[in-house]
Design a protein around this ligand. Structure first.
Ligand code: AZC
Length: 839
């Protein structure tokens, strides 16, 4: 029955998605006129972008609304992806492609006197993440919507995303804020009516039956902002709900009345501070880097508590008993950041819903799933007990209660094994005691997974070994990461997408939804005409990148040279250090050659990009070295024809979209066993770039797919790493003896050849002294691998074949496959398609 008014009048007035050009044009102009209050004659590109975006937003809202209504009516089991980071990048291009409206918008915008590609460039990245973990979350949202799965993301609406990186003339990284919301954000819907009160501090009084009352302290409001996530070629449009913090009352009236105006404003400041800024630390939680630790813990609780309140409220609307909660709700914890959701669900069930403790624990442990993204010890989160007790007194009690029963169970299975109890306890002894979040996440979840085969095996045999002994192996599984081929091929490399469609003779939408279809390209790998077209696409992408570098750095680039790229967060374990030391080696070798000899050398342009955590001294020093080496070699008349190098500042999703399609070779050279998966390796290969890398993370599975002959592997393997480190500590061999080529490089740097003699010593000493990341052990084989790359590149036809074969075998790495794995093996959710007619 129609709820109110005249059904016919309503239905005639309700709009669908605008798909014809004249209506699109009208809607853009309408937004210029009304939403933006601008005149046609003073409209600039930014205004035109905004109007086009608002018009696309209208379409997304129609689909989003219908999808949400459909889901509410059908009441399927839903999955929720809790991630403190969503590195979304730009939206307009992606939305147009997913809606299938890019050509029409392009035509409309054309008629209005603008160029769509220029407008797309006006959009600011939504950079609410640091790197791999946050971008993975964004790819998973795209795949969930595209596969019509009932999945929502939950995160924080930071006022400031990842900092903007500036590079000073002498190579120092400077950080500037990223006020990405400055121009209004068309991709979000403020839901000022959806709010929850979140408590901090106060005290918790235990009652009988494990219950307690938590009261007092500070209360803050969480306000929902919904971001629409369009699926590819489907009406289904999912939701990413981001929380913003607000003071519960604008002013604390008590303080205000007492005349203490400053204290009143203070309390409202501190509430807003919770979602002010994304923490820029990647892979580190140690206190050296995290200055406002309490604020970070506040962020984590604020976000998990608001999300859970929302999830529980939605479940309660179904009118089902709470025992059925896990039949309707699956929650994926993206790393340990949302682990507080576990004690929070216990608190809601036990304290607020009167569910007996054991039953509540059963519900909880059937709801959560936990993904680990790193085995680096410095990245494993621990929170000081005193801090947790102060900020979240009730949660600490719950954690102690969980730990008590847990340790009893361990003791039952391994009687008297006190060391084991000590290792497995959620609480780490010491001053202060610490809460081990990974232990809590594991104990409270149904399944734990790593993000590539090798990494998942390391999770089982190292950080979670004791837990495997306790629970059995089946709780610990693998889901190899994936990337969305919509953004990372179709959108960023339209030329290649076009060529693939033409060659496979199937619609683009078919292979973009089933990436294994790319295997069809293998049949064409030997066809010279196809090879030529393939190479031409790469060439034009290299020219596009050259144009970008020209406009940002003012440098002219030889696009006939091989493009060699390493882009990722700066970290010692990722070994940009190895790369730059290798570049210096190449430079010294070139210098030592005669002009005649040099002519035989394969010209190379090397690109670096990536941010360093602001407090990570050695990482910043490595950037400084890269920039200064670049300055010297780019100015050297003897060699610059054969070797140049650029550090592109402010790496972002949008910069990646230009860089990745242009690479001939990319570097993924972490010390074996340290890079859990890597996802840019997949992006490069999907765009026909070859890979030089260590036997680590997803590199291994990529090589399995594309064949080892198409990957340039080098370096020691994971099982050797521990022994080598032991040697470094107890039987050190000087670099001069162990690796003369590297010693020569270090000497040149020390001598001041690249400026600033002395400045780089702290970095050089990490290599000379402990060499934790095995630069001295892998250097020679790295250099050999690069020679093989040069050699292979000489035979251009062979190289193109390798490039084709690599892209053709990337089907496995679609995030559609990964999400299906989560949906079936973990969440137990099913596709729920919204038909075009709304049924
Ligand atoms: C990263 C891993 O380092 C990277 O290898 C992986 O591809 C990515 O997650 C996605 O799974 N980890 C992080 O970004 N951060 C942490 C804390 O692990």
């Amino acid at each position: 029955k129609w709820p109110r008014g005249d059904e016919k009048t309503w239905k005639e007035a309700l709009r669908g998605v605008t798909t014809d050009e004249p209506t699109i044009t009208k809607s853009i102009v309408n937004h210029v006129q009304t939403s933006l209050a601008r005149q046609p004659h003073n409209l600039d590109e930014l205004g035109a972008y905004q109007a086009a975006a608002l018009s696309v937003r209208d379409n997304l809202i129609v689909n989003w609304n219908e999808t949400q209504l459909h889901f509410t009516r059908k009441a399927p089991k839903r999955a929720y992806y809790l991630s403190l980071e969503f590195l979304m990048g730009r939206t307009l291009d992606n939305a147009l492609l997913n809606l299938g409206l890019k050509n029409k918008y392009s035509n409309s915008v054309d008629k209005l006197g603008f160029n769509l590609e220029d407008l797309l460039d006006k959009e600011r990245d939504a950079a609410l993440g640091n790197g791999g973990l946050g971008r993975l979350a964004a790819c998973y949202l795209d795949s969930s919507a595209s596969q019509e799965l009932p999945v929502w993301g939950y995160g924080l609406r930071y006022q400031y995303g990842i900092f903007q990186q500036l590079i000073s003339p002498d190579g120092q990284q400077l950080e500037a804020p990223d006020p990405w919301l400055q121009n209004q954000n068309p991709w979000e819907l403020p839901r000022l009516d959806v709010d929850y009160e979140i408590r901090f501090y106060g005290h918790s009084n235990r009652l009988e039956n494990g219950k307690a009352v938590w009261s007092g302290g500070q209360e803050v409001l969480a306000i929902a902002y919904d971001v629409m996530i369009p699926g590819y070629e489907t009406k289904n449009t999912n939701n990413l709900r981001l929380w913003e913090s607000k003071p519960k009352r604008g002013f604390d009236l008590n303080s205000f009345n007492a005349g203490d105006y400053e204290a009143a404003v203070e309390s409202s400041n501190s509430a807003a501070a919770i979602t002010a800024v994304l923490y820029p630390n990647d892979h580190t939680t140690c206190k050296l880097f995290v200055f406002g630790k309490e604020l970070r813990l506040k962020q984590q609780y604020f976000w998990t508590a608001a999300s859970l309140a929302d999830i529980v409220r939605r479940f309660k609307n179904l009118d089902k008993p709470l025992t059925e909660f896990p039949d309707y709700v699956a929650i994926q914890l993206n790393d340990t950041h949302p682990t507080l959701a576990i004690p929070e669900l216990m608190r809601i069930l036990v304290d607020e819903e009167d569910v007996p403790w054991d039953l509540a624990w059963n519900i909880t442990t059937n709801t959560f799933f936990f993904t680990n993204h790193t085995v680096l010890p410095e990245a494993l989160e621990k929170w000081p007990v005193p801090l947790m007790e102060h900020l979240l007194p009730r949660h600490l009690q719950i954690i102690y209660d969980i730990n008590f029963s847990f340790l009893q169970a361990v003791d039952k299975k391994f009687p008297g094994d006190l060391e084991r109890l000590g290792r497995m306890s959620i609480i780490e002894e010491g001053f202060p005691k610490q809460v081990r979040m990974a232990n809590l996440a594991c104990i409270g979840s149904r399944k734990v997974n790593g993000v590539a085969e090798l990494h998942s095996e390391l999770v089982r045999t190292t950080i979670m070994k004791d837990f495997v002994d306790l629970y059995g192996i089946s709780k610990f599984a693998n889901v190899t990461n994936g990337i969305t081929p919509r953004r990372w091929l179709d959108q960023c490399n339209p030329g290649l997408s076009q060529l693939i469609t033409e060659t496979l003779k199937i619609p683009r939408s078919v292979w973009l939804k089933d990436l294994y279809k790319l295997e069809g390209l293998l049949a064409h790998a030997e066809d010279p005409a196809f090879q030529k077209k393939w190479a031409a696409v790469k060439q034009s992408n290299k020219e596009r990148l050259a144009h970008y570098v020209e406009t940002t750095l003012g440098a002219t680039i030889n696009t006939k040279a091989m493009f060699d790229v390493q882009v990722k967060r700066l970290h010692e374990y990722k070994r940009q250090s190895l790369n730059i030391l290798g570049v210096i080696h190449r430079y010294l070798t070139l210098k030592a050659m005669s002009a005649e000899e040099r002519k035989k050398v394969n010209p190379k342009v090397i690109f670096f990009a990536g941010k360093a955590a602001p407090g990570y001294y050695i990482a910043k020093l490595i950037i400084r070295l890269i920039v200064n080496v670049a300055r010297v070699i780019n100015a050297d008349a003897d060699t610059k024809e054969y070797l140049t190098m650029y550090f592109l500042p402010d790496y972002s999703v949008s910069v990646a979209e230009v860089l990745i399609p242009a690479s001939d070779i990319s570097q993924h050279i972490s010390t074996a066993g340290t890079e859990a998966s890597g996802t840019s390796n997949m992006k490069f290969c999907l765009n026909g770039g070859l890979l030089v890398g260590t036997v680590d993370g997803a590199n291994i599975e990529i090589a399995e797919e594309v064949g080892e002959t198409n990957v340039f592997f080098f370096g020691h393997l994971t099982p050797a790493v521990e022994g080598l480190r032991y040697q470094h500590s107890y039987h050190p061999v000087p670099v001069e003896q162990k690796c003369p080529a590297l010693a020569a490089v270090l000497k040149e740097v020390s001598s001041g050849r690249f400026g600033d003699a002395g400045v780089y010593e702290p970095f050089l000493n990490t290599v000379r002294q402990h060499d934790y990341y095995l630069i001295t052990d892998d250097f020679d084989s790295y250099i050999r691998a690069l020679s093989m790359v040069d050699e292979a590149y000489q035979d251009r036809t062979e190289w193109i074949k390798k490039s084709i074969r690599t892209a053709a075998k990337m089907g496995k790495f679609s995030s559609d496959r990964a999400i299906q794995d989560y949906a079936q093996e973990y969440w137990n959710i099913e596709t729920l398609k919204l038909e075009p007619n709304g049924a």
